[in-house]
Ligand binder design. Structure first.
Ligand code: Z5A
Ligand code: MG
Length: 214
C-alpha cells in the first residue's frame, strides 16, 4: 500500500459451479502474496460459523429448510463477516472473496423466489470494487468432471442461475464494476485476464468503502 489515504481493494469472484472460482482465487492470492501485498481470502458460504454449519448441512441435503429461510441464512452468513471485511479494507488489506451476495440472488431467484425479495437482505453490505464473473456454459462446466453431489449441481438449475447472473451484471452500476471473463479458456489465460483487471487495484483504492445497491 503506497499513498496515505488509500484503502485495500475488495475483489469478488463469481460464476457457475466448476467455472474455476476457487482455482483462480488461490492463484490470485499467491500472486498478490508474492508481490508482498497484504491480502485476505474469504469464501461464501463460510461453512465454519454457526450459521455456516446449518448452511453446509442444507447443501449436503442432510437437512431441509424453507427456501426463504435458507436464503436469509446465506445473507446472514455475509453480514456476520461484513464488519471484519470493512476493517480489513480500511487497514489496507486487499480482500478477495470467492462468491458473495450475487450468488445469493442468483441461486434463490433461479429457484423461483422474486428477484427484488432476494436482493433486499444484502442491500448495504460492503460493495466490491470489482466483481469478476467467470462465465462458462453449463455444458462446458459439466465436462470438468461433472457436477458433484450437492443440492444445486444440476445442469438445468445452472442454466437458470447463469441467466440471473447476467441480469445482475446488466444492472450493476459503473462504480460497482462487473467484469466478465471467459472461464472456458485455458486455465492460464483466465489467470492472465484476471490479473489485468486486478493489477491496477493492488496499490489500493481511493475513497470510502461503498455499499451494495445504495
Ligand atoms: N450459494 C447460494 O445458494 N447462496 C449464496 O448466497 C451463496 C452460495 C454464497 C456452494 O458453493 C453452493 O452454495 C453453490 C451456490 C450456493 N451451489 N451450487 N451449486 P461453493 O462455492 O461451496 O461450491 P462450488 O462453487 O460448488 O463450486 P466449485 O465446485 O467450488 O466451483 P469453482 O470454485 O468455480 O471451480 P474450481 O474448484 O476452481 O474448479 C473446478 C474444476 O475445474 C477443478 O478440477 C479445476 O482444476 C478445473 N478447472 C478450473 N479452471 C479450469 C479451466 N480454465 N480449464 C479446465 N479446467 C479447469
Ligand atoms: Mg469453489
Amino acid at each position: 500500500m503506497s499513498a496515505g489515504n488509500k484503502r485495500g481493494a475488495f475483489i469478488v469472484m463469481e460464476g457457475l459451479d466448476r467455472s474455476g472460482k476457487s482455482t483462480q482465487a488461490a492463484r490470485l492470492l499467491e500472486r498478490l502474496q508474492r508481490a508482498d501485498a497484504r491480502v485476505k481470502l474469504l469464501k461464501f458460504p463460510d461453512r465454519t460459523t454457526g450459521i455456516g454449519i446449518t448452511i453446509d448441512s442444507y447443501l449436503r441435503s442432510e437437512s431441509e429448510l424453507d427456501d426463504r429461510a435458507i436464503h436469509l441464512l446465506f445473507s446472514a452468513n455475509r453480514w456476520e463477516l461484513a464488519s471484519s471485511i470493512e476493517e480489513s479494507l480500511r487497514a489496507g488489506s486487499t480482500v478477495l472473496c470467492d462468491r458473495y451476495a450475487f450468488s445469493g440472488i442468483a441461486f434463490s431467484a433461479a429457484k423461483g423466489l422474486p428477484y427484488e425479495w432476494c436482493r433486499a437482505p444484502d442491500i448495504s453490505l460492503p460493495a466490491p470494487d470489482v466483481t469478476i464473473f467467470l462465465d462458462i456454459t453449463p455444458e462446458k462446466a459439466k465436462q470438468r468432471g461433472g457436477y458433484g453431489e450437492e443440492r444445486y449441481e444440476k445442469e438445468e438449475m445452472q442454466r437458470m442461475v447463469r441467466e440471473v447472473f447476467q441480469r445482475i451484471g446488466s444492472e450493476t452500476s459503473r462504480e460497482q464494476r462487473w467484469v466478465v471473463v471467459d472461464a472456458g479458456q485455458d486455465i492460464d489465460l483466465v489467470t492472465e485476464d484476471i490479473w489485468r483487471i486486478v493489477e491496477p487495484l493492488v496499490s489500493g483504492v481511493l475513497g470510502p468503502v461503498t455499499r451494495l445497491w445504495e
